[in-house]
Design a protein around this ligand. Structure first.
Ligand SMILES: *Cc1c(COP(=O)(O)O)cnc(C)c1O
Length: 367
């Protein structure tokens, strides 16, 4: 039987071989870095696992900040690569405190690597990246930052902060495809990766990725995921047309308005403003109610409400305002839907006050 059907997803034209370097330069610009930028034809978790695998060796000690399941996995990958890993775990679903990081650095002066997630979409927190990076620089640590969720939602100044390896993906705040990811890699990190030689001939090998740079940044080796490359090209066009600063400001405003709306409902956001992510806003549900029940009760409204992910996030509902969802109508819809769920569960909340608070934020932002 033949299928007589046209699909835009089939028979994709090859992505031009001379455009990969252009994509890499555009990604580096979004990260504010002049470091080498290498790209992975896989979802960002592969890039993260590659970083952990390529930097660690027997005899190397790392301080790994854990604020979600991503940080836990990162520690496991580093251990598997043969290094010693000191996990510094934040209070459940909270941002890490800089005192805990300082204490770990003091207790482990022989550590040479520090890893952390910048902003978490799992629980809606943002770690104090600038403060932590300042301490890491003072201790001469090689730093690895998971900025998959934060890029586009928060400032990411890789070179100013001195981040040795920053990992990003286009699928969160940049509203692009999920099948590609990228890493910026400093000269100090390359040295670590190559001497002594890290893994080669492996999907987890950063040395293998560097061959693309060493060979003049032309076409990628092997078969390319053309659909994904065209999608990333289009996503970057859209980000650049809006302007990266405007994209970040849009996420900042969505987070601020969501917090204001929740506060007006009498259901303040879980994270304090100075440790809150701009990607999602989490709220702790009232005693006796479950996030699942509340979300299910308003599921028919189609608003972006989800349960928290990871330890301590079981009592949280997340209101998502990431990527194309960082806008007024989505914020209004999500906060109203959460308020309606509370009302249906027998709580008294003021939906009007919440929408006024959100409207005020968006009115103010027009200056
Ligand atoms: C989304 C995300 C990733 C990528 O993982 P997926 O869940 O597979 O999309 C990695 N790190 C962080 C902090 C993320 O938010």
């Amino acid at each position: 039987m033949s299928l007589d059907r046209w699909s835009p997803f089939l028979d994709i034209p090859a992505f031009p071989g001379n455009r990969y370097a252009v994509i890499a330069d555009r990604l580096a610009a979004l990260m504010n870095t002049r470091n080498d930028l290498v790209m992975v034809q896989a979802e960002a978790v592969v890039a993260l696992e590659a970083a952990a695998t390529s930097i660690m060796r027997p005899g190397v000690k790392a301080i790994n900040i854990v604020t979600s399941p991503y940080g836990q996995w990162f520690g496991e990958w580093m251990r598997r690569a043969g290094g010693e890993v000191i996990d510094v775990t934040a209070m459940a679903a909270r941002a890490i405190g800089i005192d805990a990081v300082a204490a770990a650095m003091a207790a482990h002066p022989d550590a040479s690597v520090l890893s952390l997630v910048h902003a978490e979409s799992a629980s809606g927190i943002c770690n104090p990246l600038a403060d932590i990076m300042a301490m890491a620089r003072a201790h001469g640590l090689i730093t690895i930052v998971d900025a998959v969720a934060s890029v586009g939602g928060h400032d990411l100044d890789v070179d100013t902060l001195g981040i040795d390896i920053a990992v990003i993906g286009p699928q969160k705040a940049l509203a692009g495809p999920a099948g590609l990811s990228a890493l910026s890699i400093s000269p100090a990190a390359w040295e670590r990766i190559e001497k002594p030689q890290g893994p080669v001939n492996s999907i987890l090998s950063l040395s293998d990725l560097k061959l693309w740079i060493d060979n003049g940044r032309g076409p990628l080796a092997g078969t390319t995921v053309n659909l994904e490359w065209h999608a990333l090209d289009a996503a970057l066009d859209r980000v650049e047309a809006e302007g990266m600063d405007a994209v970040i400001a849009r996420h900042t405003l969505a987070a601020k308005a969501t917090r204001a709306g929740l506060a007006a409902l009498g259901a303040p956001a879980w994270a304090a403003a100075d440790t809150a992510s701009n990607l999602v806003t989490a709220v702790e549900v009232p005693d006796g109610l479950s996030p699942e029940t509340l979300i299910t009760s308003v599921a028919h409204l189609g608003q972006p409400l989800a349960t928290g992910v990871g330890p301590g996030a079981e009592k949280l509902v997340r209101l998502t305002h990431t990527g194309q969802l960082a806008r007024f109508d989505v914020v209004l819809g999500a906060v109203s839907a959460y308020g309606m769920a509370l009302i249906m569960a027998g709580h008294k909340v003021d939906l009007g006050a919440a929408s006024s608070a959100i409207a005020d934020c968006y009115a103010e932002s027009r200056g």
